[in-house]
Write a protein that binds this ligand. Sequence first.
Ligand code: TXA
Ligand code: MG
Length: 315
Amino acid sequence: MKNIYSNIYSFNGRILTKTVKYLNQDNIVGMPTETVYGLAGNAYSDKAIKKIYKLKKRPKKNPLIVHYYKIKDAEKDVQLTKYFYKLYKKFCPGPITFILKKKMTSKISPFTTASLNTVAIRFPNHKVIKSILKLLDFPLAMPSANLSSALSPVSAFDVYEEFKNKLKIIINAGNSKIGIESTVIDLSGKPKILRPGLISSKEIKKILKIRFSKKGSIVKSPGMLKKHYSPGIPIFIGKKPTDEECAYLVFGNKYKNKKNYFNLSKKGDLKEAAANLYKTMRKIKKEKYKKIFVSKIPNVGAGIAINDRLTRASK
Ligand code: TXA
Ligand code: MG
C-alpha cells in the first residue's frame, strides 16, 4: 500500500536511529508489539510520561506497563519473585504482564506507576520494540495506543485514527499477531489475574501449581474499573440482532454470509477470533452500524479474554 501518511514509517535502520534519538528527548512514539500497538515513552522521565497521559486523556490514577528487553534491566526496578521466574521461563518474551513490588532505588517515574508501590512489567516479543529497547538505557512505559476507554489499535493505521498528526512517529509492522492485550497477573502478594489474555489462568496455574485467590482487585488495578475497550456503539451480548441496521458479531461455521454479520472465526478458532476482535469492531464502527449484537462465544482459553473485553465494552 502506498503510504500517504507522513508520520507512518516502515521499520529500517534509519527509522530505528531516529526513534531512539526521539525517545531520548522525552518524546512519544507509536509502535507495534505482538499484542496491540502502544504509545511508548521513557518510563524514568516525568516529562515523557505526562505526555502519554495527556495524549490518551488517561486518568492519572491508571498506571502504565513498563517494557524491558531483559531481566537484568527489570531487576534494577522491581523485586523479582520465584513465581515470576517460573512464568518468565515459560512465557517470556511474550503476552504477559507481572505486577511486582517496586524497589526503593528504582528510577521509574511516580507518574508511570500512579504513585503505587508496585510496577507492571512486561517483556514484549516483537522485533521492532526489541531492537529499540536494546539501544535505550531506560525501559519504555507503554499503554495501548488508543484514547482512554476506546478500542485498542492493532495496526499503525488504527493508531493514526486515534491520534492523527499529534504523533510524529508511528512505526508500521502490519497487524498485531495476537490482537488482544497481555494477561496481567499480580505477583506482589498471593498471585491473582487482573486482566485475562491469551495466556490463560489455566496455563498459569499449571506452571505455578497453585490456586488463585478471587479474581480482580479493585484497589490494585484502577484501569479495570470503568467502561473500556469500547467502540462507542451500544453492545448487546448473547442476543440476535433485531434488524439489518444492527451488526452481528458471530463465531463459528453455523452463521450465514450476510452483510451485517461479522464472523470472528469461521473455523471456530478462539485465537483467530481474539486476533480479529478489535479489527472487526473498528470496521463495524466505520460502517456506521448503530448497535452491535454478539453471539455466544465459548468461555474457555482465549474466549475468556474475548468475553472480558466485550463485557467491559458493553457497560
Ligand atoms: O499488551 C499490552 O499489555 C499492551 C501493550 C502495548 O504492551 N499494553 C496495555 O497497556 O494494554 P494499558 O495501559 O492499556 O493497560 C495496562 C493495564 C491497566 O489495566 C492498568 O490499570 C494495569 O495494567 N496496571 C498497570 N500498572 C499496574 C499496577 N502497578 N498495579 C495494578 N495494575 C496495573
Ligand atoms: Mg489500554
